[in-house]
Ligand binder design. Structure first.
Ligand SMILES: [Zn+2]
Length: 564
């Protein structure tokens, strides 16, 4: 296969097709074929892509004995066999996808990289077969699979056999889900039709290059069939991100480190012993010094307290945020992603508020929409698939009470999170760090161990809401706060939380680093207790924990397997 010789043959200057700037070609190449003026990401050949992403010297091509056949003897303006011949000559490739084993920043990966120059990256039987064989190689090697897509869709010249490649590749990815093999897709411009509606969007994590377009029906089809006018940025990566369809938009220069962070998530864990020293978690409610309930509520809402992203910054190494519910939205009031806690991969999810008014507004004051809970559920499923613990951080006044949230199925989204968490086969540790407001808080808190910071509150309803309903007087909020039993000591006594993490003098807001250090020790101790348990034990204990709450006496409830 010939090496790309663009550097030697390209003219000295290149005109950017988007901004028309005249760019020195060597500079363009140094910039990974991204226009330095307008950031236009020019299309790459499969070989250029491999060179940019994989560690030098690590690539071992996977030579599958597969080739396209003209079983329909298809002729349009030219015979299909002629088109295939020309594509092979002009690209130097046998087919429209390049498959290989290699490494990214030292992490092993099996990759399939599509080349748009080869008949528009179209998905024919051979391409479908090669993607499937790459997935099967990833399964056999138990190595993550990376798919780099660039395609106009199914290859018409092979008729319905091309259509069937969507099903074949999708079931290959389904097998990787069953077997816990991480899958990552890198969407490049353009990714359409049968490729978009199969392997490109079935991966655990979907990264897109800036302004890369992805969709099922292309703009021309939409305009011609239903004559709809299309908004600017339609089907481009940035709008896909806002619509919850991709996890992140990553500029070309940042792709290698981003992919390396993701592959770390699937790397084997080197067990690390917890540093000796007292774990600060309090289990005896009498050891807690109580503040007046209404004052506790006010302090728990202090915008100076560390937010979920602040804690993530202290606790999680190599955090890669993952976004989107994959069905139409992304909610900024819930953040989640993957990273390492004390060296071990985890999924971390939490409500996000903010310190300044602008942040608070952008994050909807930590009040999540259905898209937020669906994103959380998606990330928890990923944790279950890969077999890593889930840490959650709870700080919300409640789920967002609005017309769109209701129409979008707020109640359903919360209910599904509750049910999924109860059955998740990996350890879950939750910490209420500020406000634990109602069902919107519980939707992230069905955990094996539920921790609470000493200055946090956790309640069935806000004191103001309770006062308005039961006292018919919002000014009765302080009385309601006393009546609701929402402080850490009250909840520890009731068995609703398992442990309380003491805050530093003056609260978490006075010394965020000390608060984060205490939380780190509490999370580490909880994980140490939970990690020896088998999945069935984790589920049985979690179900038993919640089954007991509110039962007439604790002894009457026996959950099978709970005490194994
Ligand atoms: Zn440009």
């Amino acid at each position: 296969m010939p090496v790309s010789v663009q550097a030697a043959t390209a003219p000295e200057w290149t005109v950017c097709p988007r901004c028309r700037a005249l760019v020195y070609t060597r500079r363009l190449e140094r910039n990974l074929l991204v226009c330095p003026e307008c950031q236009y990401h020019a299309r790459l050949t499969a070989l250029e892509r491999v060179r940019q992403l994989l560690d030098p010297g690590s690539v071992e091509p996977l030579s599958f004995a597969v080739g396209s056949e003209d079983h329909l003897r298809f002729v349009d303006t030219r015979p299909y066999t002629d088109r295939l011949h020309s594509a092979r000559l002009s690209t130097g490739l046998d087919e429209g996808v390049l498959c290989l084993r290699g490494r990214i920043d030292g992490h092993p990966v099996v990759a399939a990289v599509m080349d748009f120059r080869f008949l528009g990256g179209s998905l024919g039987a051979a391409v479908g077969e090669m993607i499937t064989l790459a997935a099967e190689t990833a399964l056999a090697d138990r190595t993550p699979l990376l798919l780099v897509t660039a395609s106009g869709g199914a290859r018409m010249q092979e008729g319905a056999l091309s259509l069937m490649q969507m099903a074949k590749t999708s079931q290959a990815l389904g097998r990787l889900d069953e077997e816990g093999i991480l899958t990552v897709s890198l969407v490049t411009d353009p990714t359409y039709g049968g490729v978009a509606a199969s392997f490109a969007t079935l991966c655990d994590v979907i990264i897109a290059e800036p302004r890369a377009r992805l969709g099922f029906a292309g703009p021309r089809v939409i305009r011609q069939t239903i004559r709809q006018s299309l908004p600017s940025g339609f089907q481009e990566a940035e709008s896909l991100l806002a619509n919850g369809l991709v996890d992140d938009v990553v500029p070309r220069a940042a792709l290698r480190p981003a992919l390396a962070r993701l592959l770390t998530f699937a790397a084997p864990v080197v067990p690390r012993r917890r540093a000796s020293g007292a774990v600060p978690v309090i289990h005896d409610p009498d050891r807690l010094t109580d503040e007046e309930p209404w004052a506790t509520v006010q302090r728990a809402r202090d915008t100076a307290r560390p937010t979920t992203l602040d804690y993530i910054g202290y606790l999680i190494d190599g955090f890669q945020e993952l976004r989107g519910d994959r069905c139409g939205g992304d909610c900024p009031a819930i953040v989640g992603g993957i990273g390492r806690f004390d060296g071990q991969p985890v999924v971390v999810i939490g409500h996000q508020k903010g310190h300044q008014p602008a942040d608070l507004i952008a994050r909807n004051f930590g009040m999540a929409t259905p898209a937020g809970y669906r994103k959380a559920v998606r990330l928890m499923r990923l944790a279950a698939k890969v077999g890593v613990p889930v840490l959650t951080l709870i700080d919300t006044p409640g789920a967002y009470p609005g017309v769109e949230a209701e129409a979008g199925g707020q109640a359903v989204a919360i209910a599904e999170a509750l049910r999924l968490m109860a059955a998740l086969p990996v350890p879950i540790v939750a910490a209420v760090t500020g406000e634990g407001g109602s069902g919107g808080a519980l939707a992230l808190a069905v955990a094996n161990q539920v921790l609470m910071l000493s200055g946090a509150v956790y309640s069935v309803i806000s004191p103001e809401g309770c006062a308005a309903i039961l006292w018919d007087d919002p000014a009765a909020a302080p009385r309601a706060a006393s009546a609701l039993g929402l402080r850490a000591s009250d909840l520890l006594r009731a068995g609703i939380v398992d442990g309380v993490v003491p805050e530093p003098e003056g609260g978490a807001q006075a010394d965020p680093l000390a608060a984060a250090a205490a939380l780190r020790a509490a999370f580490a101790a909880a994980l140490e207790d939970l990690q020896p348990l088998r999945p069935d034990q984790l589920i049985a204990r979690r179900r038993s924990r919640f089954r007991r709450l509110g039962a007439p006496t604790q002894e009457t409830v026996i959950v099978e397997g709970a005490n194994r």
